[in-house]
Design a protein. Structure first.
Length: 289
């Protein structure tokens, strides 16, 4: 279920309102960022002021809150179906999902459905070997991501899922100095930390495949500076795996191979079989010419 802060964020973005105006006198920027990420709740007295500043009445906000959570469940249904179909290279299934998402976008006008439609369109073109025609979707996705001042779990995940359409320059544009500082922010709850680590790991793997990693080593530094929870084994394993790849890229083959092997064994020992499979597939992707 989406929190009140996540709903407020959706409405704020739709109305084009800036956080400093919406939360003026109510809370500082770090607190408002936590609130909109669903990490922190606020008193009802402050929420009522925010609702008024959004030019809504309480009844309308409650309606939107209920509708958004219904739509969120529907979104997750199509989101997971799309990812699974693309992974399985099920062209007809991706085509059908893309059409359904397009119809939903026309009826509800929610940004996440629009973005999912853009992602589905790119996946469809990828499966149809029409990668050269990503330009229109890529421009819109970059515009969306660049337009969001503070990324939440959603934006990091969205960028990662669309990573296959981006080149080296696109990646560097999106992960600029300001965004890098945000990524290394210490206020990470477990899932946020994990999606940051996964995105950076996938970026590094893509750069290795593009033979561009040596001149973009800063991503490895950013990855190591992402603050993870002590119990977050997922992030620790990903960081260890990427460190192994970094050693191999530096031609320290024995050390790198040993670290990757140890990481995969660690996943097995802890029963993290899905993670082991993820890392194994990533390794194969790096090794394929």
């Amino acid at each position: 279920m989406m929190s009140s802060g996540e709903i407020v964020r959706q409405i704020r973005l739709t109305k084009g309102l800036k956080t400093k105006n919406l939360y003026r006198g109510l809370m500082a920027q770090p607190t408002s960022s936590q609130y909109e990420r669903g990490k922190k709740e606020i008193k009802i007295s402050k929420l009522l002021i925010i609702i008024a500043r959004l030019n809504l009445d309480l009844e309308e906000f409650v309606y939107l809150f209920e509708r958004e959570n219904d739509e969120f469940a529907l979104y997750e249904k199509y989101h997971q179906r799309l990812l699974k179909a693309f992974k399985n290279k099920a062209l007809m299934e991706v085509c059908l999902i893309h059409q359904n998402i397009s119809n939903l976008t026309e009826s509800n006008r929610l940004s996440r459905f629009n973005n999912l439609g853009l992602l589905a369109s790119c996946m469809l073109k990828k499966l149809e070997a029409k990668s050269e025609s990503f330009a229109a979707e890529k421009e819109l996705i970059i515009a969306y991501l660049m337009g969001v001042k503070v990324w939440s779990k959603y934006e990091y995940q969205f960028f990662d899922e669309a990573l296959f359409i981006f080149n080296e320059n696109d990646i560097c544009q999106l992960i600029n100095a300001s965004r890098s500082e945000e990524i290394c922010d210490s206020q990470n709850f477990t899932l946020l930390g994990q999606v940051k680590v996964k995105l950076l790991a996938d970026i590094i793997i893509k750069l290795i495949r593009l033979d561009s990693y040596s001149k973009n080593k800063r991503f490895f530094s950013i990855l190591n500076n992402v603050k993870s929870q002590q119990e977050d084994l997922y992030s620790k394993c990903y960081k260890s795996f990427i460190t192994g790849l970094d050693l191999i890229a530096a031609k320290q083959f024995v050390e790198g191979t040993k670290l990757i092997s140890t990481t995969l064994s660690f996943c097995q020992d802890l029963g993290l079989f899905a993670l082991e499979q993820e890392l194994t597939l990533s390794l194969k992707y790096c090794l394929v010419n």
